[in-house]
Design a binder for this molecule. Structure first.
Ligand code: AMP
Ligand code: ZN
Length: 114
């Protein structure tokens, strides 16, 4: 996708603070962190959002989840715990339309999600 910010980060056209990378996934620090640890985990394949998952691309979900665990280990929050958020669509506040998982940690979070 030519005009997608995260595709440009994946291609190295825009710099990012990389935390983890494999064949399927890139993880980098959020530019505007909402917690001491705030990492975005994105599939290298462009998918607009969770709503864009289908039979052809749903296999991306497994490496994303493996990468989330790896990111938590690298950032030292596996034991303390972390929250994973996917904003999907306008009312959820999705601003970048390339599927991404927010991994948040390093702070005690409230029980309420919103
Ligand atoms: P969302 O609101 O769920 O679409 O999340 C998009 C996230 O991308 C926000 O938390 C932004 O702070 C983050 N973001 C935007 N531009 C960049 C960038 N160049 N590098 C890292 N994170 C970014
Ligand atoms: Zn993209």
């Amino acid at each position: 996708m030519d005009n997608c910010l995260f595709c440009k980060i994946i291609k190295g056209e825009i710099p990012s603070s990389k935390v983890y990378e494999d064949e399927h996934v890139l993880a980098f620090k959020d530019i505007n962190p909402a917690a001491p640890v705030h990492v975005l985990v994105v599939p290298k394949l462009h998918i607009d959002s969770l709503e864009g998952l289908n039979d052809e691309n749903v296999e991306q979900v497994v490496p994303i989840h493996k990468a989330i665990k790896e990111v938590a280990r690298i950032m030292g929050i596996s034991e303390s715990g972390y929250r994973v958020i996917v904003n999907c669509g306008k009312e959820a506040g999705q601003t970048v339309f390339h599927l991404h998982y927010h991994v948040l940690g390093g702070v005690k979070m409230g029980e309420k999600i919103i």
